[in-house]
Design a protein around this ligand. Structure first.
Ligand SMILES: CC(C)(COP(=O)(O)OP(=O)(O)OC[C@H]1O[C@@H](n2cnc3c(N)ncnc32)[C@H](O)[C@@H]1OP(=O)(O)O)[C@@H](O)C(=O)NCCC(=O)NCCS
Length: 223
């Protein structure tokens, strides 16, 4: 009993400290009390990046790692969940919308990490220095994830990809090209397997959801 109370207290203190660390490295919108973070979450700012480069919306669940190099921007919309083991790596810009759900171990890179050039890569290995391994030397392009997307576990999203709203990215997909709204994409490289998923009816088995829709209809706020 005492052990359980003490361990719960320790976890509470550690999470509070974690949240303080995150808040010192990002701009968190409006209500900071609504940032829910797990111990695995981190923000890393290197090579001139500052807390101004990271924007976190309201009611964000943070279980993953945000890494910014050389002023790379990362913004996360409201009510979005960054799952366990996820990594978002920006040297230019990664913008994630509202209501986005990440499964575990998703990676988003807005850059190639290293140049493709064999001569440069050999130089990197010879020098073994920090500067030559920075992402800024590699090809990079912004990534945008639209509102209300669901990114399945182990997905990789590559540089220059824009994902339209409401999309589902199937587990283990590698997304190399942009995707229109309301699609399911799957595979490596990811291809569209379903379209117009916004017309698929919602399940009726969840009482809470049914009540939510009823209230929205009564309030005239149905979307
Ligand atoms: C995409 C998903 C939601 C299924 O959606 P669905 O509407 O039921 O789609 P279907 O099962 O009808 O599959 C449609 C097609 O995509 C293919 N497909 C589905 N998931 C796939 C995957 N991960 N990789 C490759 N192909 C896949 C199916 O084989 C099917 O192909 P076909 O039309 O040639 O038969 C599910 O497969 C998935 O990936 N869920 C993510 C689970 C997850 O990562 N959870 C983490 C916690 S949030």
């Amino acid at each position: 009993m005492i052990v359980s109370i003490v361990s719960r207290l320790i976890i509470k203190v550690l999470l509070k400290r974690k949240k303080k660390q995150l808040l010192s490295k990002a701009i968190v919108a409006k209500n900071q009390d609504e940032l829910f973070c797990k111990r695995a979450s981190t923000i890393t700012l290197v090579d001139g990046s500052t807390p101004n480069d990271i924007i976190i919306g309201n009611k964000v669940w943070m279980w993953g790692r945000l890494n910014s190099q050389s002023g790379g921007k990362i913004s996360i919309g409201n009510n979005t969940q960054i799952g366990y083991g996820c990594a978002i790596n920006a040297v230019e810009s990664v913008s994630i919308g509202n209501y986005v759900m990440f499964g575990p171990y998703v990676t988003i890179d807005d850059n190639n990490n290293h140049p493709v050039s064999p001569a440069f890569r050999k130089y990197m290995r010879i020098m073994g220095d920090v500067d030559s391994s920075r992402w800024k030397h590699s090809a990079h392009a912004p990534v945008v994830v639209g509102d209300n997307c669901w990114i399945g576990r182990n997905v990789s999203i590559m540089k220059g990809v824009t994902i339209g709203e409401n999309c589902v990215i199937a587990a283990n997909s590698v997304v190399t090209k942009s995707i229109p709204a309301n699609c399911i994409v799957a595979g490596n490289p990811a291809k569209v397997v379903k379209t117009n998923i916004d017309t698929i009816p919602a399940p009726t088995s969840c009482e809470g959801y049914n009540e939510f829709v009823k209230q929205q209809t009564e309030n005239g706020t149905t979307k």
